[in-house]
Design a protein around this ligand. Structure first.
Ligand code: CP
Length: 526
């Protein structure tokens, strides 16, 4: 039977199910207790203990805790640890991520830990390097662990954060009330909390950030979709002026390196709104614990060092827990641990649903006829109901994209007309007299570009075939698709050869498989 964890990747926290994370925390707790009690035999049972087991660190952004705790975790396992010196590597000669990591995988390396400015790198490598592994008959599938990708996610930080919250909850998964404070816009550790905190049964989140550092709407919606209670405050002072204050506070630093000039000019004022001061201490509920992924700025810390000796200091234990959680993660993905896991894994997506609906054209009213102006169409195709409800200009622009992407050049025209649903509602129609019927592939592409439209195949003056097209569950392998997040690994200017790929959300939006930004269906086309 396939091992439940070996060879998997961790690009986002949701790559591990609730049950899998709870299993990981239980194992981490076992290891921590064994270390505390000096139980050498149990501690040794957590070691891979193989000097040929290859773990590779590739840090393309600065790090202390993540890099060094993974390094210490690899040393615990007595594994082969390597680190790529990115600044003197062939990245500088224009080599792609896929080529770089494929070659490193070929040197008997099984787990890669990657920090990058580009978002979605691990998701891309998971797919691209598995092709290399198959072609070259590697005896293992390499794992890619995201150690922070731009402002997207930091899933291993999320694991150690959750583990520490649980310790402080007395191992009770029932509920958590937490305040997230600071740069919620750029902070990837808090973005991972949108899905990560659902390891608890009931979640209440208070978001404390000035307007320009607010949590992006996508993550707020994700929290609400997960059933969290979400409240927003613009400063610590405002938060403390009401009486429902969380007993867990999670601070994040202002991510100056990701801010534009406009925000940087306000950095002192913004920092003040998200920094804690001793005068606030009496306003905290009893037993409050503070957490911080660190680093904190030595000149202007969000948490003053005077708080270090207080019982509310959870950040030091949190950081130490990082090594333990990462030891267990490496043990799971390395195939040592996890054989006895019995819970739910991430559900496989089975989305064979039909998004090309065949419409019966033999109705009571008889086959429909289409005319382009005064000329009835004898043979050809008519694409109707395009962008229904949009403005005339939006409809015309989108029809231009449809024609260009599907190569529907030639005789005919594009019209904006009123919809049967009301004279004020507009729709687009593309007429192509004489055009042969579209292939199945082209019909699926049309569904991707113009969901909601109908495709009519006209022959001998009447509509002989008619299809109503809906949004496909996935968009990929279509010319013209593009993620417009400049920091996404698939963004064309990075020339990484990544095929853009979008997955439909429950709300009908399209989410980039790599960076997870969501878009309306018209926004994913260049
Ligand atoms: N928490 C964290 O990611 O710290 P580093 O940037 O030092 O790795």
């Amino acid at each position: 039977m396939e091992h439940p964890f070996a060879g998997r990747s961790l690009a986002v926290i949701n790559d591990l199910s609730r049950d899998e994370r709870r299993y990981l925390f239980a194992k981490t707790r076992e290891l921590k207790e064994a270390l505390d009690h000096g139980d050498i035999k149990t501690v040794d049972s957590f070691r891979i203990d193989d000097p040929d087991f290859g773990i590779y660190e590739v840090f393309l952004e600065d790090s202390t805790r993540t890099k060094e705790s993974f390094k210490n975790a690899a040393q615990f396992h007595r594994a082969k640890l390597s680190a790529l010196s990115a600044e003197s590597s062939s990245f500088n000669k224009g080599e792609s991520y896929a080529d770089t990591f494929s070659n490193l995988a070929g040197y008997d390396n099984r787990i890669f830990i990657i920090r990058s400015k580009l978002e979605g790198v691990c998701r891309w490598l998971e797919a691209s390097v598995s092709g290399y592994a198959r072609r070259n008959r590697l005896p293992y599938v390499p794992s890619f662990i995201n150690a922070g990708d731009g402002k997207h996610e930091h899933p291993t930080q999320e694991l150690l954060d959750e583990f520490t919250f649980l310790e402080d909850n007395g191992w009770d998964y029932g509920s958590i009330h937490i305040a997230l404070v600071g740069d919620l816009f750029h902070g990837r550790t808090v973005h991972s909390k949108a899905d990560g905190l659902n390891v608890f049964d009931s979640v209440s989140v208070d978001l404390i950030a000035p307007d320009v550092l607010e949590m992006p709407p996508y993550y707020v919606q994700q929290m609400e979709a997960n059933g969290y209670r979400v409240r927003k405050f613009s400063s610590i002072e405002e938060y403390l002026s009401q009486n429902d204050v969380a007993d867990k506070w999670y601070f994040t630093r202002p991510q100056l390196e990701r801010m534009g000039d406009r925000v940087l000019q306000r950095q002192d004022e913004l920092r003040e709104m998200i920094s804690f001061h001793e005068r606030f201490l009496p306003l905290l509920p009893e037993g409050t614990v503070f957490y911080h992924p660190l680093p904190r700025n030595k000149n202007k810390p969000e948490l003053p060092v005077s708080l270090d000796p207080l019982p509310l200091n959870g950040w030091e234990r949190q950081s130490a827990n990082g090594r333990l959680v990462r030891i267990i993660l490496v043990g799971l993905y390395g195939g040592l641990l996890g054989d006895d896991f019995t819970g739910d894994s991430i559900p496989e997506e089975h989305r064979e649903e039909t998004f090309v609906e065949t419409v019966d054209t033999s109705g009571r009213e008889g086959p429909k006829q289409y005319s382009e102006g005064v000329h009835p169409i004898d043979t050809g195709i008519v694409i109707d109901h395009i962008c229904r409800g949009d403005t005339s200009q939006e409809i015309r622009e989108h029809m231009g994209k449809i024609v260009s992407i599907l190569g529907l050049h030639g005789k005919g025209g594009e019209w904006v007309s009123t919809s049967q649903e009301g004279a004020s509602m507009l729709k687009g129609i593309i007429f192509r007299p004489g055009h042969p019927p579209l292939s199945g592939k082209k019909i699926r592409q049309l569904a991707a570009i113009a969901p909601g439209c109908t495709l009519n195949i006209v022959s001998e003056g009447t509509v002989r075939e008619k299809y109503r097209l809906h949004t496909p569950p996935r968009l990929y392998n279509i010319r013209g698709l593009s993620c417009s997040n400049e920091m996404c690994i698939s963004f064309p200017d990075h020339h990484e050869g990544v095929d853009p790929h979008f997955v439909r959300t429950e709300e009908g939006r399209m989410r980039c498989l790599y960076c997870e930004q969501t878009y309306g269906f018209k926004e994913v086309w260049r």
